[in-house]
Design a protein around this ligand. Sequence first.
Ligand code: PGA
Length: 276
Amino acid sequence: MRPPLIAGNWKMHTTPSEALAWFGRFVPALAETPHAGVEVLVHVPATHVAALAARVQGGDLRVGGQDLSAHDQGAYTGEVSGAMLRDAGATHVIVGHSERRALHHEDDATVAAKAAAARRHGLVPIVCVGETESERDDGQAEAVVLRQLRAGLAELAPTDPHELAIAYEPVWAIGTGRTATAGDAQAMAAAIRAELRDLLPTLADGVRILYGGSMKPANAAELLAQDDVDGGLIGGASLNEHDLLAIVRAAAETHAAVPAADDRRPGPNGAKEDPT
Ligand code: PGA
């Protein structure tokens, strides 16, 4: 069974001292919240990583970066390397978020180079893919997402499914309050899993596929209950510790409710079927 991964993405919010105060409230509250089997992670601004990673050392909450340089070091003013994030205590890093693609013109090749840079420095890249609204309206959603997926993984050669994760984030659902239906999220996650079976045949069933785009306590349980949705990448709602905890709780309940997934066989469409 794939352990759910609940990842907050704080984007450019909070100062380091506000973030430390937030962790001061969240860490004890998480300890009180049953979350067996659920991995919890918060992607914070690079300036916050060292202090927050030190704050959570030895616990089960982890800290990730939101972006990294494709380069290892050098004259790249303003960039943050994978080695810097890792040494500061990050374990994961978001790569190819749609805001980076749209606002900073990151193309598929850059995303691939960043994912590879993350692995060189022992970070788990969370590779984001997702279509725009017009691409969906044009019937291109799956083609766009699978192209981004193939390109984003082009430079990786993982040997363990937990060396990477995929986040399916439809661009039209990010920060808009609009969420993909659970059925649409599952359909795309299943298409991603099918493509992973082609790209990484021995690992595909263990790679976590997250949904992102206005996930919140009110819709998390239904999204997380989908067979191929293994967690969430959560922006706005992750800034509120009560909302993030509620989503963690939903993941824990869904995880506990799933029958031993390994006993179920993929059906003709990749959907899990209970053993007969
Ligand atoms: P949102 O952001 O939850 O605020 O829609 C998700 C993301 O951008 O990762």
